[in-house]
Design a protein around this ligand. Structure first.
Ligand code: B12
Ligand code: SF4
Length: 448
């Protein structure tokens, strides 16, 4: 049997990411490959690297699907099916909207693949397969390593790994609870450490949602990976910055940066999303603590929350420069389907569209913000990103305040700057239609 695995990347997303100096690889399909029965012949197409070949002789096509990629994935699936191929879909979007996905697939997998994928393949081979499969939350002990050999051609190495799944917090806009249920599951520390040891090169990224959620586990993990002398980064929450034992262990094991969702400098906005555990009054001290241990902060930053007025962009810029934020991932907040934020906006009649192409968080506002127009939000985010990565801002933040790892932090900032400059040269209305035109588009009611 021949299986085609696809890591999809829609045309707009490909054009935005094409020139990124850092093209992070995805682990999902390489992991599905590792879970596939050994007698199956596998080909993996990563659309950021290679176009999908509809002519390839395959028996089954499996595609992972997140929300902004959903329409694109459906088009791929429709085309494969038109040519007589069988298609199975899974991933975050399919898990929350399986009925919508079923209109484009022969089968869908809700939830995690580990407990169900080999059955899907075997049922397919026997000709007895069903339309809907449900994966249970997987026990992460002993799960196979993702097939890194299937990650080819990305601009950045293959040093991605996952130690945990899920997050004990419940931020209203976040999809992680819908995907993985409540709480967090963890791989045994020694299994993770052994995998880290096999990673070629120096850089390692833990693609976890909240690696330090359980501090005892994190401490054990940091001790276990320290001997490999990697440079690593991960996502976590701001609490880590006030835990000195954890910071020492992280720094000593090679942590160079934490991605931390500061999200907003408006406490009202944070509270409106159930993220009141972020205390804006403590941000400055948190950043100082991280820098003291030589750890940079990449600040997840989103705009458009209910406490955000049109002045939020300028205030955030000024504050980030003052406290020396090393880098930021800047987004328009996206109400991903079936999250509490999505449901609330729907109830309040503030959702402007369910055209998933627009759920990109970069150029389109898909809901009516409380204190500004959708256009003001889109323009404000573009303005903020440009100013944040302007040369005076990079200089202030890195040279005058942070001074952490200038030799790598500086090129990283310049890389983001280049990507932004390139983006400005792109006609965004060509990439998506822009919210100013949303109202003239047909409104597709939310499918139930
Ligand atoms: C690492 C990461 C990234 C990385 C790498 C991209 C990637 N997709 O890996 C970067 C930083 C580039 C990134 C970017 C984005 N990301 Co991201 N990312 C993640 C993160 C933290 C981990 C992904 C991962 O590797 N998981 C581990 C794998 C093994 O798990 P998995 O993908 O869930 O797959 C399991 C099951 O879902 C299922 N499954 C999945 N697909 C399939 C397919 C089949 C056929 C089957 C049978 C099963 C199956 O089986 C797998 C094993 O159990 C997740 C959160 C999370 N914990 O998943 C967010 C997440 C996937 N990202 C998200 C988003 C929104 C984005 C962006 C759109 C952000 C933006 N505005 O630009 C972009 C999209 C880029 C892209 N092309 O994917 C959302 C998606 C929400 C949604 N409803 O779709 C998530 C869930 C974060 C969140 N908090 O909401 N992301
Ligand atoms: S802390 Fe991060 S991963 Fe956890 S629920 Fe909030 S946004 Fe999601």
């Amino acid at each position: 049997m021949k299986l085609e695995l696809i890591t999809p990347e829609s045309e707009p997303s490909r054009r935005l990411r094409k020139w990124r100096l850092i093209q992070f690889p995805q682990l999902t399909m390489p992991l599905i490959a590792a879970l596939t029965p050994k007698d199956v012949e596998i080909h993996h197409t990563d659309e950021i690297v290679e176009a999908v070949n509809f002519e390839r002789e395959v028996d089954l096509v499996a595609i992972t699907c997140n929300t902004p990629a959903a329409n694109h994935v459906y088009r791929l699936a429709d085309e494969f099916r038109r040519r007589g191929r069988k298609v199975v879909l899974g991933g975050p979007h399919v898990t929350v909207l399986p009925e919508e996905a079923l209109a484009h697939a022969d089968a869908v997998v809700i939830g995690e693949a580990e407990t169900v994928w080999s059955r899907v393949v075997e049922d397919f081979q026997r000709g007895t397969w069903q339309r809907v499969y449900r994966g249970k939350p997987a026990d992460l002990a002993g799960i196979p390593r993702a097939r890194r050999d299937l990650i080819v051609g990305r601009g950045y190495g293959r040093g991605v790994i996952i130690a945990t799944r899920g997050c004990p917090n419940r931020c209203d806009y976040c999809s992680v609870g819908n995907m993985y249920g409540s709480g967090q599951r963890r791989r045994p520390v020694q299994e993770v450490a052994r995998e880290v040891a096999t990673i070629p090169g120096k850089a390692v990224i833990f693609w976890d949602d909240h690696l330090t959620a359980n501090r005892r586990y994190a401490l054990e993990l940091f001790k276990a990976i320290a001997p490999y002398r990697k440079w690593w980064t991960t996502q976590t929450t701001i609490q880590v910055a006030f835990d000195h034992e954890l910071l020492v262990a992280a720094a000593e094991s090679g942590c160079k940066a934490f991605f931390i969702g500061l999200e907003s400098i408006s406490q009202g906005s944070l509270n409106s999303q159930g993220k009141g555990f972020n205390k804006v009054a403590l941000y400055e001290e948190a950043v100082k603590n991280l820098h003291r241990y030589g750890i940079a902060i990449q600040a997840g930053t989103m705009f458009g929350l209910d406490g955000d007025d049109p002045g939020i962009f300028e205030r955030t810029l000024k504050y980030y420069r003052e406290i020396g934020i090393d880098s930021a991932t800047v987004s328009i907040v996206v109400p991903m389907p079936e999250t509490p934020f999505f449901t609330r906006l729907q109830r309040e009649g503030r959702l402007l569209t369910t055209n998933w192409d627009k759920y990109n968080g970069k150029v389109d506002a898909v809901f009516q913000p409380k204190q500004m127009t959708p256009r003001e939000l889109e323009q404000g985010v573009a303005w903020f990103a440009k100013q944040f990565y302007s040369l005076p801002s990079v200089f202030d933040r890195l040279f005058l305040k942070s001074r952490v790892g200038l030799w790598w932090n500086m090129p990283r900032n310049l890389g983001y700057r280049l990507a932004l400059l390139w983006r400005q040269g792109v006609d965004f209305d060509d990439l998506t239609t822009g919210s100013s035109q949303l109202n003239s588009r047909e409104y597709r009611p939310f499918p139930k």
